[in-house]
Design a protein around this ligand. Structure first.
Ligand SMILES: Cc1ncc(COP(=O)(O)O)c(C=O)c1O
Length: 421
């Protein structure tokens, strides 16, 4: 037995189940319920019935491994096959498109980057590749490019908060392998001009990746409801690949996402094979190895439970909330919504007012919110139930803004960390 005064040692004996559960409840005392109405961060709640169906499906497969889908769990293969077919239909992908279910947006994106990198190496001889991303592209493009030895050319912010297409064209160079657009990016909720970026990609024979991790299962339904959403899927000719997260607005439990490639011929640069292993030949299209089957089971269940009309209902409620929030915020002097939000979230900044002090005030009143920078802003991410509390939030916001204007509520020092994430 090791004795160490400072660190916890491995338990010598087990505890009773009830003790453990009590301890966990105590540990969770300060946690938020992810579906709380006051939680305006990335909660992705599809309502109580959706959450229950997803949970039941998840629990059914809680001990199953996706990797064993051909042998032990053929049901999981069915879920993957069905969901891939549904997504190809939703994203207007060609018949010969290929798709891979992954553990999350990051895995979908790293696979797209790796596939583009290896194709460019083989077909164009590019050995020092780089990608060009808008300023608002999710930071995983930087992280994963770092892992893969790919350089990143990141645009500066643009006046309408969308990708700066002219800047992207000016940045194209002989080592470029990919252009990226997001629909929408995390900080802003403003969809990038995907068709223009894809047009550039075609003109310069480049890979175009659409990061639809957030909007993939919200924007198609928003369009069908008549909302103004620009083209963003495989209907746009130059789009090569798309990432979309089931564990966001697809309402499956984490972690589950999909990477769709326009042409199955690209898969040869995605997969990895090793044939010198004493357990047999190894082949995988994923970076992850063992994966819980719960996430894909919950996604399959939710897609079938909601169907197109159910997704219309939850999406309509998100949009109703977004419009109510935005209208109320725009009516408050000194606050400004950034760009024209088209997704489930949006950000607002302040003129002549410290927005971080406003954020502080809102958090003190019990709201969970995100903070953005460049410019400093408050970011609200809505689910289908949030329209119910728009008036309460706006009343609190007005009160906090008044307090900041009057000087009774001040920003904390720069050394303090604002916001939660
Ligand atoms: C726009 C966007 N892309 C990619 C990702 C990465 O997804 P994940 O956290 O599932 O890896 C996120 C995560 O929030 C995102 O918002």
């Amino acid at each position: 037995m090791t004795t160490n005064q400072n660190t916890l040692c491995f338990p010598e004996t087990g505890k009773r189940r009830v003790e453990i559960l009590d301890e966990m409840d105590a540990a969770r005392a300060g946690d938020w319920d992810w579906f709380s109405l006051n939680n305006l961060t990335a909660s992705y709640y599809g309502g109580p019935e959706v959450a229950e169906v997803a949970k039941e499906a998840f629990v059914k497969h809680i001990g199953d491994n996706v990797v064993h889908q051909t042998g032990l769990h053929p049901s999981v293969r069915k879920y993957e096959t069905d969901v891939i077919a549904m997504v190809k239909d939703l994203f207007n992908a060609p018949e010969n498109a290929a798709a891979t279910i992954t553990t999350g947006g990051s895995e979908s994106i790293v696979l797209a980057l790796k596939t583009a990198r290896d194709r460019a190496r083989d077909q164009k001889g590019i050995i020092s590749p780089n990608i060009i991303v808008p300023q608002s592209a999710y930071a995983v493009f930087n992280k994963l490019s770092h892992f893969l030895g790919i350089g990143v050319i990141q645009m500066q912010e643009s006046p309408d908060y969308r990708a700066d297409v002219a800047g992207m064209e000016a940045a194209i160079n002989e080592n470029n392998i990919m252009l990226v657009g997001s629909c929408p990016p995390f900080p802003l909720g403003v969809v990038d001009p995907i068709a223009e970026i894809a047009g550039l990609a075609q003109k310069h024979d480049l890979w175009m990746h659409v990061d639809a991790c957030i909007g993939g299962f919200m924007l198609p339904f928003a369009r069908e409801l008549g909302e103004d959403v620009p083209d963003f899927d495989f209907q746009v000719p130059g789009v090569t690949s798309m990432s979309a997260d089931f564990h966001k607005y697809g309402y499956g439990y984490r972690g589950c996402s999909i990477l769709v490639l326009r042409d199955e011929a690209l898969v040869k640069w995605q997969g990895f094979a090793a044939n010198n292993w004493n357990a047999g030949d190894y082949y995988s299209k994923n970076t992850a190895g063992s994966r819980n089957s719960g996430p894909i089971a919950s996604t399959w269940a939710v897609f079938n439970f909601l169907g197109r009309d159910g997704f219309h209902r939850v999406t309509a409620d998100i949009i109703k909330g977004r419009k109510a929030f935005c209208k109320g915020i725009e009516a408050i002097e000194g606050l400004e919504i950034l760009g024209t939000p088209q997704g489930p979230h949006f950000a607002f900044k302040a003129e002549d007012l410290n927005i971080l002090a406003v954020a502080d005030g809102l958090m003190a009143k019990g709201w969970a919110i995100n903070i953005g920078s460049k410019p400093d802003a408050i970011l609200l991410m809505l689910s289908c139930h949030h329209y119910q509390i728009a008036d309460t939030f706006l009343a609190d916001l007005r009160e906090v803004v008044d307090a900041v204007k009057q000087g009774s509520l001040k920003a904390r020092g720069d050394e303090e960390v604002y916001g939660i994430y």
